[in-house]
Design a protein around this ligand. Structure first.
Ligand code: AMP
Length: 187
């Protein structure tokens, strides 16, 4: 099962991905988690990524596509994966198409979690309190939402007519969102 999980920051991608990996026994590929791990380990990638993350901006496509390509080449991705937070730009989506083609696989579903922006601000503020994520500071949150609107939301149009696009109401409680996703995946 090859799943792409999309949605704005705070839509619940991480929460739903955690449940999906358990149900389908496939790895979650979260570029945000990968960057946060690199920042923590203070690798050259982490030092580079941190500049962008702290500003609420996207890490450049070339860097991001590079780490995803490397990750997807690992053995555990052979049985499937959940992409969470990638692609975030049209250029990344085009690169992903090329990577998948090279791997000889195709996505089974593109799942978009739909949540209105006032609710996103509320959720991210709550996460800032609980998880103390550097990029959940109020001044950065607004920037991330703007970046989503400008750079990532257009991807909905990129995938909408693919035949595998699933729009999910992310405003429901966590269990109902998960049920809807599983039903949309159809297995
Ligand atoms: P996330 O946890 O997915 O919200 O990602 C946190 C931050 O990591 C984002 O605000 C970006 O700075 C960076 N990031 C994560 N995924 C990507 C991506 N696909 N392209 C560029 N930057 C990314």
């Amino acid at each position: 099962m090859y799943i792409l999980l999309m949605g704005p920051p705070g839509a619940g991608k991480g929460t739903q991905a955690a449940r999906l990996i358990e149900k389908y026994n496939i790895p979650q590929i979260s570029t945000g988690d990968m960057f946060r791990a690199a920042v923590k380990e203070q690798t050259p990638l982490g030092l580079e990524a941190k500049k962008y993350m702290d500003a609420g901006q996207l890490v450049p496509d070339s860097v991001t596509v590079g780490i995803v390509k490397e990750r997807l080449a690992k053995d555990d991705c052979k049985k499937g994966f959940i992409l969470d937070g990638f692609p975030r730009t049209t250029a990344q989506a085009v690169s992903l198409d090329a990577i998948l083609k090279e791997m000889g696989i195709a996505l089974d579903a593109v799942v978009n979690l739909n949540v209105p922006s006032d609710e996103l601000v509320r959720r991210i503020s709550e996460r800032a309190r609980l998880e103390n994520r550097d990029d959940d500071k109020p001044e950065t949150v607004q920037k991330r939402l703007t970046v989503y609107e400008e750079s990532t939301k257009p991807l909905i149009d990129y995938y909408r007519n693919s035949g595998i696009y699933k729009d999910i109401n992310g405003l429901q409680d966590v269990d109902d969102v998960f049920t809807d996703i599983v039903n949309a995946l159809g297995r």
